[in-house]
Design a protein around this ligand. Structure first.
Ligand code: AHR
Length: 314
């Protein structure tokens, strides 16, 4: 499969070409983070004079597969894909490869052979879970800590990896136990609904020491549910999540959330840079271009962090 990439690179070498028309298959708009990634991608494309053809899959893999096929039929120069789930991409990626169109994955991974995509831009999703878990290990109150977990979209790489990373961080800490775990589909409404059922099942919340949410939006929905149950989030129930969206910093400033692990919404910048170099002179990017995962807590000037992010498209 590497052959098609080499072919494209050699063809580009003779022209000094850059990608002018790029298809972007986005998952949807399930979270504030996702909205920001869409905005940043569109801004980055505009700045570089790229004609970005955007397709919103509304959380459905079949829509993403149809979008990729349509991009191939249109003869785009490259495709950006934020894959909703990890499995089931082989055939359509092979079709793009046959058409000699490089594909760059954004923020989530697939289980296909790496030769089927040019590169992937994203964070170390397991590490994000480890950072969140380590924060809890270091900050939990004395004694037994019963944790509830709001997982991301079932079958998505962040849901799988963030769960595993957290588990590995709490391994060996016998006083920390995940007592309930369910998907909230990365949405605020899902987080609220599932948290309500957790509260009901766990003595109205009295038996819960901490919430680990795979993204901030679910944490924010859960915080609402916790408040409505008359409990103090950030105090009675510790809240740790992932993304670093502006609203979680407001919640931190109010003492309602405790910690978040940042995921940059700028995946497109490095993706366009890699495509540019590749199309221009055949430079092969690293197979994985890793972004930072910084931990923020209530001690890290949450209002300042909110101000710095509030106009960035979240
Ligand atoms: O794939 C990244 C995840 O997808 C973000 O953490 C979440 O907010 C989004 O829905």
């Amino acid at each position: 499969m590497k052959k098609y990439l080499l072919g494209a690179a050699l063809a580009a070498l003779s022209t000094g070409a850059t990608a002018q028309t790029i298809g972007f298959s986005q998952i949807g708009s399930e979270s504030g983070w996702r909205a920001a990634e869409t905005t940043v991608t569109q801004q980055q494309a505009e700045e570089r004079g790229i004609d970005l053809r955007f397709s919103d899959a509304q959380q459905r893999q079949e829509n993403q597969i149809a979008a990729i096929r349509s991009f191939v039929a249109q003869g785009v120069d490259a495709i950006l894909l934020a894959p909703v789930v990890a499995t089931g991409w082989d055939s359509v990626l092979e079709e793009a490869a046959e058409a000699e169109i490089p594909v760059v994955l954004l923020d989530r991974m697939v289980d296909s052979d790496p030769s089927l995509y040019l590169t992937a831009v994203g964070s170390d999703l397991v590490h994000e879970g480890e950072v969140a878990g380590q924060w809890l290990v270091d900050n939990k109150p004395e004694g037994e800590c019963r944790v509830v977990e709001l997982q991301g979209t079932t079958g998505s790489s962040p849901a799988i990896d963030r769960a595993n990373g957290f588990l590995s961080a709490i391994e060996g800490h016998d006083d920390i136990e995940i007592v309930r775990s369910q998907t909230g589909d990365f949405t605020r409404s899902g987080g609220k609904e599932v948290m309500e059922s957790f509260l009901q099942a766990e003595g109205g919340g009295d038996n819960i020491c901490a919430l680990y949410a795979h993204n901030d939006d679910m944490a924010l929905g859960a915080i609402q549910a916790i408040k409505e149950a008359g409990i103090d989030p950030g105090d009675d129930i510790l809240i740790v999540s992932i993304d670093a969206v502006p609203d979680i910093f407001l919640a931190m400033a109010d003492g309602d959330a405790n910690a978040t692990v940042e995921l940059t919404p700028n995946m497109a910048g490095p993706a366009f840079d890699a495509l540019d170099a590749y199309m221009n002179d055949g430079t092969e990017p690293e197979k994985f271009i890793q972004t930072e995962s910084t931990l923020y807590t209530q001690a890290d000037d949450p209002m300042g962090e909110y101000e710095a992010r509030k106009d960035l498209g979240y």
